[in-house]
Design a protein around this ligand. Structure first.
Ligand code: ZN
Length: 732
C-alpha cells in the first residue's frame, strides 16, 4: 500500500536515536495523485478525497454504503451467494477465497435496500477490492434479482459501479451477464422506475458496456476512468493518438455520456447544476438534504457522510488564543501528547533547531534561504507572528493555509483540552503536522522560549544552534546569564552538532559545558566578529553575527544539506568561509524593515534596542525621526528607551490592541518612571515625549512632522502597525 511505501522510504539521514523511535504507520497516508501526505483521519473526514488536489481515492463497497444511506437502514440481500467454478478454471477457487479474505464480502457486488433521507431505495455497490470488481454470474444474478425487486416494489434503483469488466475465469458465462443485466435494467424503464447509475474509478469493460451506461441519470466521480477498453488498447487498434483526458468522467460529461460529475462530498459544480437534468442530478447528489433537515429529519444519514465537521479558521484562532494565558508547564508532556495523536509528524522531516535570546528569527531566515537556494523544499516554524498566526508556519515562502490550520486545530481540539495544552504547545503540534503534510525536505525550527523545556524540544535535529544569550524573561528562566545559558543549551542532543555564536567567555563556557554534558558532538564556536563577505538582505551590522552563525550551522549539516564548503561556488553557493549569495536575498518582515519613510523593527529588549540604534546610525535616515514604541510590561523597557533616545527626536508611547491584557505595560507608570531619578535621557537635547494609549491615534500622531517614522517594541506593536497600514501586512 502506498502509505506503507511512504513509511518504508528513508526520508532523511537519521541519527541513531531517531531510528529507534516507533512511528505509528497507520496514522499517515499519501495521495497517489499529487504525493500529498496527510494524517489518515483527515483523508477519512474528507471522504477520502485528497485535501490538496481533490483526487478521489478508491473506497470499498461498505464505505459507499455508509456514505449514501441513512444510518442503520441498510438491509443486505443475497449476501450468501457465492460463485461456483463451472469451468474448473485453474486456481479460480483459490482466487475467490483470497478475494473474500482481502475484501470481506463474498462477491464483487453487494445488494440490498435502505433509506436515503427517509426515502426507500434499492442499492447495489460494486467492490473493486474484490477481484477488480469483475462481473461473473453471481454479480449478474444479484443485480438481476435486485432489479426485479425494484420493479416489483416500485422502488428507485441506485447502482454504484467500480469494475475492470467481465470475470475471465467464468468465460462466456461472464459475458452473458452483460445481456442479462441490460435486459433487467430495461424493464425498469418499462415500469417507469428510476435508475440512477453512479460511475466510480474505474468503470470499464463489460460493466460499462451494459447496465452502468443505461441509467436514467448517470453520475460520475471526478477523474473516474470510464470506458470499454483501456486507452492503450484503443490506441493500438485505431492507430491514432487519443485526445487529452480521453475516458475520464469530465471528458464523458463534455460529450454527453454522463449527466453530471459529482464530487464525493456532494457539491455539484456550477456547470452541471445548470445542466438539463437539473432536478434529478441535484436530488441524487443530495442537494435536497437541507430541506429534509428543515423538516425534522437529520441532514445526514450515514455516520460520517458529507460532514465537514470542525472549526473555521476564525474559531480555531479564538479557541487557541484563549489558551495564551496558560501557565507555563515545566514539561514536554502536552506537546508530546498532541504529537502522539498526530502520529508524530515531527519524525518525518529532518530539521535545524535554533535557540537564543536575539537573532533567532534572522538566523532561521538565513538558514532557510540558503537551503531553499540549494533546491530543497524548506519549512520554517517561527514565533511570534506580526499580523497572522499563519506567518509562523511557512513552506517555501507560503504560509499555512487557513483551512489547514483550522483542520489541524479541529483534529486536536479535544486533545488540547484533555491535555491542558497551551497556545504555543498546540501551535507547535499544528506546525509540525503541516510541515510533514506539505512534504518538506528539511525544516528550520525556532525555539519559542528558553530551550530545554520549550515545546519544540521534542525534535532531534541535524544541528542545534544557540545564537547568543542576553538577559530576558527573568521570571521564568532564572536571573543569571549562566542559568539562562544552561536552559538554552538544553536543546543540545547526543551526537548532534551544537553551534553557538555567543561571545561572552563566561556564558560561552556554560553553553559548551552543558552541550557537552548532553553529548553534543562537535561543539562549534563561531567567530562572529569577522567582517562581512557580501551585503546581506537583512539590514544592520548585528546581522553579520547571525549570518556567521547560520553559515556555521549550514556547514555542520550532513549531506545532502551541507556542508556548504564542499560545493565551492556551484549554484551561487559560496565556499565554507563565505556567505552564500542567498544571504543577500534574505528578508524578514519587521526586522529593520524599511518601507519608504517607515522603519519597522521588533527590538523588544535593551540588546535589541542597541542593535537597532547601531543600525540607525549606519543607515542614517533623515531627521526628524519619530519613534512609535509599545513594549510588554515584563521587559526592561527603560533601558530600551534610553538607548533609542540617542538616535530619536521624539517618542510616542502606546499600547497595541493585540497585546494580551495581563502583559501590557502601564503608560502612567512609565510617565512617572521617565521623570523619576532613573528615567533621565542623558546628555543632549531630550527627545519630545508623548503618551497615547489609543493605538490608532498614536499611529496618526507619530507621523506628524516626521521625516522618518520608526515603529518598534513588541511584535504586537509592529504587527498592529503593519496590519493598519495599507499593503504592509506580511500575510494577506
Ligand atoms: Zn492529492
Amino acid at each position: 500500500m502506498a502509505r506503507m511505501a511512504w513509511f518504508k522510504k528513508e526520508r532523511k539521514p537519521r541519527t541513531a536515536e531517531r531510528a529507534k523511535l516507533e512511528i505509528p504507520a497507520d496514522a499517515w497516508e499519501k495521495c497517489d495523485e499529487c504525493g500529498h501526505i496527510d494524517i489518515k483521519d483527515r483523508f477519512v473526514r474528507a471522504l477520502n478525497v485528497c485535501p490538496n488536489c481533490g483526487h478521489h481515492r478508491r473506497i470499498n463497497a461498505q464505505e459507499y454504503i455508509d456514505l449514501l444511506v441513512d444510518e442503520g437502514s441498510w438491509h443486505e440481500l443475497d449476501g450468501t451467494l457465492r460463485s461456483a467454478d463451472p469451468l474448473n478454471f485453474e486456481s479460480y477457487r483459490d482466487r475467490l477465497e483470497a478475494a473474500v479474505r482481502k475484501a470481506g464480502p463474498l462477491e464483487a457486488l453487494r445488494s440490498g435496500y435502505a433509506r436515503l433521507d427517509g426515502m426507500a431505495i434499492d442499492l447495489a455497490v460494486m467492490d473493486f477490492s474484490f477481484m477488480g470488481g469483475s462481473m461473473g454470474s453471481v454479480v449478474g444474478e444479484k443485480l438481476a434479482r435486485l432489479t426485479r425487486r425494484s420493479v416489483e416494489k416500485r422502488i428507485g434503483l441506485v447502482v454504484v459501479s467500480a469494475s475492470g469488466g467481465a470475470r475471465m475465469q467464468e468465460g462466456v458465462l461472464s459475458l452473458m451477464q452483460m445481456a442479462k443485466t441490460s435486459v433487467e435494467v430495461a424493464r425498469l424503464r418499462a415500469a417507469r422506475v428510476p435508475f440512477i447509475s453512479i460511475l466510480t474509478n474505474p468503470t470499464t469493460g463489460g460493466v460499462s458496456a451494459s447496465y452502468a451506461m443505461q441509467g436514467d441519470v448517470i453520475l460520475a466521480e471526478p477523474g473516474a476512468v470510464i470506458g470499454f477498453a483501456g486507452p492503450r488498447v484503443i490506441k493500438q487498434t485505431i492507430g491514432q493518438d487519443l485526445p487529452e483526458g480521453f475516458q475520464t468522467a469530465e471528458f464523458l460529461l463534455e460529450h454527453g455520456m454522463v449527466d453530471a460529475v459529482v464530487p464525493r462530498d456532494g457539491r455539484i459544480p456550477a456547470r452541471a447544476r445548470d445542466g438539463g437534468r437539473r432536478g434529478a442530478a441535484e436530488r441524487a447528489a443530495g442537494h435536497h438534504r437541507s430541506s429534509a433537515a428543515a423538516h425534522g429529519r437529520p441532514a445526514t444519514g450515514g455516520g460520517r457522510r458529507l460532514t465537514r465537521v470542525g472549526l473555521s479558521f476564525e474559531d480555531a484562532c479564538r479557541f487557541l488564543f484563549a489558551r495564551q494565558g496558560s501557565r507555563i508547564k515545566w514539561s514536554l508532556g502536552p506537546t508530546d501528547g498532541l504529537l502522539d495523536v498526530l502520529g508524530h509528524p515531527e519524525r518525518h522531516f529532518p530539521c535545524v533547531h535554533v535557540a537564543g535570546t536575539n537573532g533567532k528569527g534572522s538566523t532561521c531566515a538565513f538558514t532557510a534561504a540558503a537551503l531553499a537556494a540549494r533546491g530543497f523544499r524548506v519549512g520554517v516554524y517561527t514565533s511570534p507572528h506580526l499580523v497572522s498566526v499563519r506567518e509562523r508556519v511557512v513552506v517555501d515562502g507560503v504560509p499555512i493555509s487557513e483551512d489547514a490550520f483550522a483542520e489541524w486545530a479541529s483534529v486536536l481540539e479535544p486533545h488540547i483540552e484533555r491535555l491542558g495544552a497551551s497556545f504555543f504547545e498546540a501551535t507547535t503540534a499544528i506546525a509540525f503536522a503541516d510541515l510533514a503534510a506539505r512534504g518538506v525536505d528539511i525544516a528550520v525550527i525556532e525555539v519559542g522560549l528558553g530551550g530545554r523545556l520549550d515545546s519544540t524540544n521534542v525534535i532531534t535535529p541535524l544541528v542545534a544552534v544557540v545564537t547568543k544569550i542576553a538577559r530576558e524573561h527573568t521570571d521564568y528562566l532564572g536571573f543569571d546569564l549562566a542559568s539562562i545559558a544552561r536552559e538554552k543549551a538544553g536543546i543540545a542532543k547526543p551526537d548532534v552538532p551544537f553551534v553557538t555564536g555567543e561571545r561572552d567567555p563566561e556564558v560561552r563556557r556554560v553553553l559548551v559545558a552543558e552541550a557537552e554534558r548532553r553529548g553534543a558532538k562537535p561543539v562549534v564556536l563561531v567567530d562572529t566578529e569577522r567582517p562581512p563577505t557580501r551585503p546581506l538582505g537583512l539590514q544592520g551590522r548585528h546581522q553579520w553575527a547571525n549570518a556567521w552563525v547560520s553559515l556555521a550551522a549550514l556547514n555542520a549539516l550532513p549531506p545532502p544539506f551541507g556542508p556548504l564548503g564542499g560545493v565551492g561556488g556551484v549554484g551561487g553557493v559560496g565556499g565554507g568561509d563565505e556567505w552564500p549569495e542567498s544571504f543577500s536575498r534574505t528578508y524578514l518582515p519587521g526586522r529593520f524593515d524599511v518601507r519608504g519613510k517607515w522603519i519597522f523593527d521588533v527590538a523588544h529588549n535593551p540588546d535589541g534596542a542597541r542593535v537597532l540604534a547601531d543600525a540607525l546610525r549606519d543607515y542614517a535616515p533623515p531627521r526628524p525621526r519619530q519613534a512609535l514604541v509599545g513594549v510588554l510590561g515584563d521587559k526592561d523597557y527603560l533601558g530600551m528607551i534610553q538607548t533609542l533616545a540617542e538616535v530619536t527626536d521624539g517618542f510616542v508611547f502606546t499600547v497595541p490592541a493585540s497585546a494580551p491584557e495581563h502583559r501590557r505595560w502601564d503608560l502612567d507608570a512609565l510617565k512617572a518612571e521617565l521623570t523619576g531619578p532613573a528615567g533621565g535621557f542623558g546628555p543632549g537635547r531630550p527627545p519630545d515625549v508623548r503618551f497615547e494609549p489609543d493605538f490608532e491615534r498614536a499611529l496618526q500622531c507619530v507621523q506628524e512632522g516626521a521625516a522618518t517614522v520608526m515603529v518598534t517594541g513588541s511584535f504586537h506593536t509592529v504587527g498592529d502597525a503593519l496590519a493598519r497600514l495599507p499593503g504592509f501586512a506580511p500575510v494577506g
